[in-house]
Design a protein around this ligand. Structure first.
Ligand code: SF4
Length: 356
């Protein structure tokens, strides 16, 4: 399967998700968790979705997994709109979600064999007990859990975190999906085995042509594994494009902040506390109940200008599938991004009141 096939196998088209929450004194408020997000996954493509906690990444993955219905917009599987009433089991035969916590994903009361066999029974009803037994062995071998017959007889608590996440991946593969949605699938694993897991995901994409949405806040992992990167901030997508282009020359100040604060031995810095001596320089992500007007990043952006607080920035196409939403492009000031670091720009920042 080749990554140049442009027909999306799974697509979120202009989806939004709002949650109504009840607070103190019975007051209700609306959390705008995802706004107008579009994602396209081609067969064999690995797309990283990056952003801070609370940026809407997980909500978007759950919309794509049909765990939530979108407030507006649509989800398309192989070009067809997925209706709200569609059979969930049929949908999950094509789209599988892998959670962050492998222990919570497996039934702890049952052995590995049961956990895998159940997926086979649900999705491949024609397989008899003997065929399912052979399939369990094959699946465990595919994710390099050997000797498979021994692993199949263990309980989840008898496995390491990395082994458990491999079982979770094997269970997802049992369904023979077209798309895997990985919600920070390696973030709870020991650092020493994360690379192995990334290599496993890469191998599965090459062998099966699986499309993978890889949700992470780790730019380095995204760079290693993925073809493309999409960046979310405060529920909105702010930039997306081929990984090398986006990392070498980020075209949105928030992407630039993420890249500059990620570990990079070649650059010699990366830890936030080294880059930003004063925690106030970083600022806090905004509330999704009452998000900032205009560009949602404007309270934290060192390049903010008057328009940023009042009008949402237009989308600018940059070529090669790379796009961003930032007023710097519409105002012919995009060159400023390449000329300075985020931290240096913060020291020259014009206070918002003065910019307006
Ligand atoms: Fe910064 Fe304005 Fe661009 Fe938003 S639109 S990222 S506030 S320069």
């Amino acid at each position: 399967m080749n990554a140049q096939d442009d027909t999306p196998v799974l697509e979120a088209r202009a989806v939004s998700k709002h949650f109504t929450v009840r607070g103190a004194l019975g007051r209700t408020s609306v959390v705008r968790a995802v706004e107008d997000a579009t994602v396209r996954l081609r067969p064999g493509q690995i797309l990283a979705l990056v952003g801070e906690s609370g940026s809407g990444k997980t909500t978007l993955a759950r919309l794509l997994a049909r765990f939530y219905e979108p407030t507006s917009g649509e989800i398309l599987l192989r070009g067809r709109t997925v209706s709200a009433g569609r059979d969930a089991r049929a949908y999950h035969a094509d789209v599988q979600l892998i959670f962050q916590d492998p222990f919570g994903s497996l039934n702890p009361l049952h052995r590995v064999r049961y956990n895998l066999d159940r997926a086979l029974r649900l999705h491949h009803k024609s397989l008899d007990a003997g065929a399912r037994r052979r399939r369990v062995t094959e699946l465990l071998e595919r994710v390099s859990l050997t000797p498979a017959e021994d692993i199949a007889e263990k309980f989840p608590h008898e496995l390491s975190g990395g082994q458990r996440q491999r079982v979770v991946i094997a269970r997802a593969l049992a369904v023979e999906p077209k798309v895997l949605l990985g919600d920070e699938p390696i973030s709870m694993l020991d650092v020493s085995i994360r690379l192995e897991m990334l290599n496993l995901l890469q191998r599965l994409r090459e062998e099966d042509g699986l499309a993978l949405l890889y949700i992470t806040h780790d730019i380095a992992g995204a760079r290693y594994l993925c073809d493309d990167i999409a960046v979310m901030y405060a529920g909105q997508m702010v930039e997306s494009g081929p990984k090398e282009q986006l990392i070498a020359a980020p075209q949105h100040p928030y992407t630039k902040l993420l890249i500059e604060s990620s570990p990079d031995p070649e650059r010699g810095f990366g830890r936030r506390e080294e880059l930003f001596k004063d925690a106030d320089e970083l600022g806090e992500p905004p509330s999704l109940v009452d998000p900032p007007t205009g560009c949602r990043f404007h309270p934290r952006c060192p390049f903010a200008m008057a328009e940023c607080a009042s009008k949402a920035p237009p989308r600018t196409e940059l070529g090669g599938g790379h796009w961003t939403r930032c007023w710097l492009h519409a105002k012919g000031r995009a060159g400023e991004l390449a000329q300075t670091t985020h931290a240096a720009a913060m020291t020259r920042r014009v206070p918002q009141e003065a910019a307006q």
